[in-house]
Design a protein around this ligand. Structure first.
Ligand SMILES: C[S@@+](CC[C@H](N)C(=O)[O-])C[C@H]1O[C@@H](n2cnc3c(N)ncnc32)[C@H](O)[C@@H]1O
Length: 221
């Protein structure tokens, strides 16, 4: 189910373009195997945001097969560190990044992002964009761990925040199967939209994308 009108979504899909044939192939490969990769309209939004921001160092939580990480590096030449906890996905991401020629720009790290980000903080790594696209029920933990890694005016972008409409209304989860993750996502959205150190907007693009600008001067560890 789309969170926007199906006719609008289909029309926007017809406008999609990615000029890199290898990335188009990787998207097709992932889609055929039902590997979740960023939706086409989300991709368009993120790549333009990265270019407007002139992003140089991007942290991604949730690599899957490495598709979005390669798109980021391809669109603006930024360095990307992407973190993946599933061994099979990690291996696939590593080999795709290498085969597509992005090994000098994209580094994939294996492990639960909640552990890997702690190590990165100890190594004093910083990023001007963080993209959170992993287990939805852990978004608050990912956010808290990503904040110390952000530079001044960094962007923290979270995917799937509208959860196919379920964040907005229980009617989209009639069997109440996702009750806990819905509650956690609502709490997360409320949290990030009421912070003094972050300005956040939530966009009904793809499965819902939040974009937060971080004022490090107002952020106290
Ligand atoms: C939606 S997919 C990522 C898609 C990718 N960003 C793209 O668009 O090409 C989410 C990925 O997050 C990974 N993941 C889930 N929880 C994680 C965690 N705690 N730490 C690291 N990776 C995690 C999953 O194994 C899955 O491969």
């Amino acid at each position: 189910m789309n969170i926007t009108n199906d006719i609008v979504t289909s029309y926007i899909e017809t406008l999609y373009k990615n000029d890199n044939p290898r990335l188009r192939e990787l998207r097709a490969f992932a889609e055929e195997r039902h590997v979740p990769v960023i939706l086409k309209d989300t991709e368009g939004l993120l790549l333009n945001i990265l270019r407007i921001k002139k992003a140089s160092h991007v942290l991604e939580i949730g690599s899957a097969v490495g598709y979005s990480a390669c798109c980021f590096a391809d669109s603006c030449g930024c360095k990307v560190i992407t973190v993946e906890s599933d061994k099979e996905a990690y291996d696939a991401a590593k080999s795709n990044i290498s085969e597509l020629g992005f090994s000098d720009k994209v580094q994939v790290r294996f492990g639960d992002a909640r552990d890997v980000l702690l190590q990165m903080a100890a190594e004093k790594e910083t990023f001007d964009v963080v993209f959170i696209d992993a287990a939805k029920s852990h978004y608050r933990e990912f956010w808290d761990l990503a904040l110390p890694l952000c530079s001044q005016d960094a962007l923290v972008i979270c995917d799937n925040v509208l959860m196919k409409g379920m964040t907005v209304s229980d009617e989209y989860d009639p069997g109440r199967r996702y009750k806990t993750s819905i509650r956690k996502m609502r709490e997360f959205i409320k949290y990030i939209t009421h912070l003094e150190y972050a300005d956040t907007c939530v966009l009904p693009v793809g499965d819902g994308v939040s974009v937060s600008v971080i004022d490090k001067d107002l952020y106290i560890l």
